[in-house]
Write a protein that binds this ligand. Structure first.
Ligand code: HEM
Length: 261
């Protein structure tokens, strides 16, 4: 717990530092925090305080780093554990030019399918996302839920509903490969949440996943999982953000063992 407190403290301190830097105009390039300052000034609303800016920056660090990192970690594990998927992905990403860009990556159908299947099984935040019903209450499937009730749904079980995703426990990118999702899949597939509070970083996260996986599976053709990486070591723990029980997915290149994640 002490370790957690220290980490949180570090994030808050760094967030405050970023906020102060953006305010002092030391950073020449526009970034999301300086954008917030400009937007509130333009609208004539009260300027964001240093602590509010720091809190925004800290929240983005927390929401935007571990989430993508753990999803990438599970993606690498899943692909290295499935030789057919690995071969298809390696062949697809090997076909793009050396100086590839994101527009080219977006057009790769197998990479897209791998990312969707990873997000289905190993999206970083698959737990409850609470909402409060509006003042007029809420009608759903013939039931009335009174105003002010906390309601929630979560991706974990929706993504493992066999009626929507057959053989749900199977890592199978082909279920999304060059196929449109069914209507039921579209409404159940919520790795980034949904509605007005949907993940703010959805497009950045998808871009990071595309780049991370494309680069890894172009460059690391001789990588295998280390013996210590097993379904047990990768079993999912969930304290709002998931992580493997062992906190890592160890891989090795030829004789050299490296830790990933
Ligand atoms: C694979 C990576 C990611 C996953 C799976 C993920 C997932 C989620 C989920 C499930 C939520 C809750 C949405 C809801 O309540 O409906 C969320 C919220 C949020 N995410 Fe992400 N996220 C990822 C990456 C990122 C990145 C890269 C950023 C920004 C740099 C980010 C910023 C945020 C923010 C700011 C919120 C709060 C939005 C709000 O309450 O209005 N996320 N994310």
């Amino acid at each position: 717990m002490r370790g957690f407190d220290v980490s949180l403290q570090n994030v808050v301190e760094y967030g405050t530092f970023i906020g102060a830097k953006a305010k002092s105009k030391e950073v020449k390039r526009e970034n999301v925090i300086s954008g917030m300052i400009t937007a509130t000034q333009d609208e004539g609303t009260i300027a964001l305080s240093d602590s509010a800016l720091g809190a925004q920056a800290s929240a983005l660090i927390v929401a935007g780093s571990g989430t993508t990192a753990v999803t990438l970690t599970y993606a690498v594990w899943a692909i290295l554990s499935h030789p057919v998927a690995r071969k298809k992905l390696e062949e697809e990403v090997a076909g793009i030019p050396e100086d590839y860009n994101d527009t080219q990556l977006e057009k790769l159908p197998y990479l897209k399918a791998v990312i969707m299947e990873t997000l289905r099984l190993y999206g970083a935040a698959p737990g409850s996302l609470p909402r409060t019903t509006p003042e007029q209450g809420f009608q759903i499937k013939g039931f009335f839920v009174p105003a002010g009730t906390t309601v929630t749904t979560q991706a974990y079980t929706l993504h493992r509903d066999a009626a929507i995703f057959p053989e749900p426990e199977k890592f199978d990118p082909d279920r999304f490969y060059q196929k449109d999702m069914t209507a039921a899949q579209k409404s159940a597939f919520t790795p980034f949440g949904g509605g007005t509070r949907v993940c703010l970083g959805i497009h950045l996260a998808e871009m990071e996943l595309r780049h991370g996986l494309a680069e890894f599976f172009r460059e690391c053709r001789d990588i295998t999982l280390s013996e210590s990486t097993t379904p047990e070591s990768m079993a999912m723990e969930n304290y709002f953000l998931i992580s493997p029980k062992s906190k890592r997915c160890s891989i090795k290149a030829k004789e050299l063992a490296v830790a990933n994640g």
